[in-house]
Design a protein. Sequence first.
Length: 344
Amino acid sequence: MRKTFCCLLLVLSALTGILSCSKDDSDTRLSVDRWGKTVVERYGQLKVSGTQLLNAAGRPVQLRGVSSFGLQYEGQYANEDVIRWLRDDWNMQIWRAAMYTAEGGYISRSAVKSRVTDSVEAAIKLGIYVIIDWHILSDGDPRIYQKQAVEFFSEMAERYGQYPNLIYEICNEPNGRDVTWAGSVKPYAEAVIAAIRARDPDNIIIVGTPTWSQDVDIAAASPITGYENIMYSLHFYAGTHGSALQRKAEIALSRGIALFVTECGTSQATGNDGVYEAETLQWFSFLQKHNISWINWSLTNKGESSGILAKGADRTGKGHWTDSELSQSGKFIRKIMRNETQIK
Ligand code: DCB
């Protein structure tokens, strides 16, 4: 009797072992798993199939992470200490290096590029994914600095294209009445993608969409062809954008393109007001349902409600912030990323 019971236990534990291995669930939301493997070691080279982001083994994955603030303003946080701390304390799987082009960014001060390369090198060392974000904003038409973008991304692809950690975001938020998909963003994207692909055959390239990366439905009606591993950005601010934008996302998905939320905030679209926790949770459920990756805006201590640090919190750029140095939004997002708040 005892023997049969033991046998039964053995069979049961073997079965649950097989089941948990094949499900992969326990590890999917971890930056480093319980065996010490980083997310890049586990997922490897990412790829896109239809609307889905897949790991090297062909399984759908959802990444979650944090965006820097404008690197020309708070570049001191784009370093290995902070990124390591976010990986380990926040369970961050992806870091976005937001390099503004205008507003005192790369175009007038090219030295800010070192904040991007520091970010990429830290991410490679730490085994997380990293987005190089060409952060157009007040320069709403990406064609204004297309030549500089082609040069910049050629260099980045040449230097880092062989690492699976890298993701290119080629135009943060095209905007302006005359900045259309067909007339402006798509031709720009085709030029920059060609330059990247000449040097990096496979890393993901994310293309911004008109109206501050909201018109994903329009991009989906005429997607970029001839290249693999292309995704499109969808950005939302929970206090401003709701079901109408989700509807646009669903139209885009039904047309077959893959979306990546490279920037989203718990505030209104200004980066301030709120925190809109209920609305953010609703968005995260929506993204989880469609398995869409997201990145939270942003790591700043300037005191705006979307920022994850409390106003004036430590500026030394070492990380290790205590709870009282985090903002309301920071505490809220941290719990979600640590899987302490369940997204249903
Ligand atoms: C995006 C931008 C991002 C911007 C945030 C919040 O802009 F990608 O750069 O960040 O969303 O507005 C903000 C910072 C502020 C800073 C300002 C200018 O949080 O501290 O002063 O950049 O550098 C959006 C997003 C959506 C919409 C409009 C903007 N929208 N926008 O839907 O109307 O105009 O900046």
